[in-house]
Structures are given as C-alpha cells and as structure tokens.
Design a protein around this ligand. Structure first.
Ligand SMILES: [Zn+2]
Length: 199
C-alpha cells in the first residue's frame, strides 16, 4: 500500500483510495508526456479543502479589487504599494489592533468593505492631498488609510442596507409584487446598480 500525504490534514493517505485532483502543467516529461501534478486527499478532507480554496480565491479577488480602487483614489501605480502598506490592509482584514501582536486570521473587516470605505473617503483623501504635502507615498497612503478607518463603520452600515434592499427586491420578484422600496432608507444612489437586483 503506497502512502502519500493528504494535502489538507497532512496525515498519510492510501494512494489508491485517496481522492485525487489532477492538474496538467505545460512541462514535458522525458517520455514526451506532459507533467501532471496530483493532489491527494482523504475523502473526509475534500469538502474542507475546496471550501478553503474557494475562500482564498474570494479573498484574492476582493483584495485585487481593493488594490485597484486604492490606486485610483490615490492616483498611483501598482508598484507604489509596498509590502508595508499591504501589511496594514491585512491588519484591518485580520482584525489586529494597531501595534499589537498579529494573532488573528481573517477575523476583521472584509476587503470589499474596506474598498467601500475608500470610495466613501475618496473626496476627503483628495482634499487632504491638495492641502498637505507628504514626504513619501507611504506617508500619503497611511494618512489615507486613517481616514478610511474612520469610514469603516459607515461602509458596513451601507453594505447592510444594500443587502437588505436586495433581499426585499428578490422577495418581491419571487412573489410577483412590484418592489415597494419607498419606505426603505436607500443607500446612496451611485452605489446602486441594476445588477444588484439580479441574481
Ligand atoms: Zn486528510
């Protein structure tokens, strides 16, 4: 019985009985066949593995989108964002306190909410950029981030209101009633998109 390592729990698993994920590469083996990478999992580890993978992909997508928004708000290029700044974003994402030991993982504010906060803070950041001169890009980014931190609460509230609105719209569509959203306090109009109402 050949044993291999389970990618999820790192314990040994019987190669023949394991759940296998095959991934083609563009590398060629000596015999001319393309190299295939195999991931082995216990059957009971499959769900957790794929859930984690989906979670990480979602995180990456949200971080990419957040980065684009930061570049646009600050008028910067991708290479202007350094590791130190990403660490500050991660601290918010993980829910770490500033200056404390980093212990949490993804227990804080989602990247997509931070992105919303950037959009809310955009005019404030623009104003500060006009008023103040910064020694470095990082200095400007940190200043911007301080403004953004103050907007996180508003961003969360708007997000909740938008979700609520979508729920009502969906329920109305399902029951065939025209959405009666007049009694709802709408999030600001520019944040609404028709696709919000589609599923
Ligand atoms: Zn396992």
């Amino acid at each position: 019985m050949a044993l291999v390592k389970c990618k999820w729990c790192s314990e040994k698993v019987d190669k023949e009985a394991a759940f296998v994920i095959e991934k083609q590469t563009d590398k060629l083996l000596k015999n001319g066949q393309t190299k295939v990478l195999r991931t082995y999992l216990h059957d009971e580890c499959v769900d957790a593995y794929f859930e984690d993978k989906a979670f990480k992909e979602r995180e990456q997508k949200q971080l990419d989108s957040l980065r684009d928004t930061i570049l646009q708000v600050h008028g910067l290029r991708p290479e202007d964002l350094n590791r130190q700044f990403y660490q500050l974003l991660q601290d918010i994402r993980n829910g770490n306190m500033i200056g404390r030991k980093r212990t949490n993982y993804k227990g804080g504010t989602e990247y997509r909410i931070i992105e919303k906060a950037y959009l809310i803070a955009e005019s404030d950041i623009n104003w500060i950029k006009l008023k103040k001169s910064f020694d470095s890009t990082l200095g400007e980014l940190k200043y911007g981030l301080a403004i953004v931190r103050d907007k996180l609460k508003v961003a969360r509230e708007r997000d909740r209101a938008e979700k609520q609105l979508n729920k009502v719209a969906k329920a109305s569509l399902q029951s065939g009633i025209v959405p009666g959203i007049n009694n709802y306090k709408k999030p600001e109009q520019e944040e609404l998109d028709i696709t919000d109402f589609l599923d």
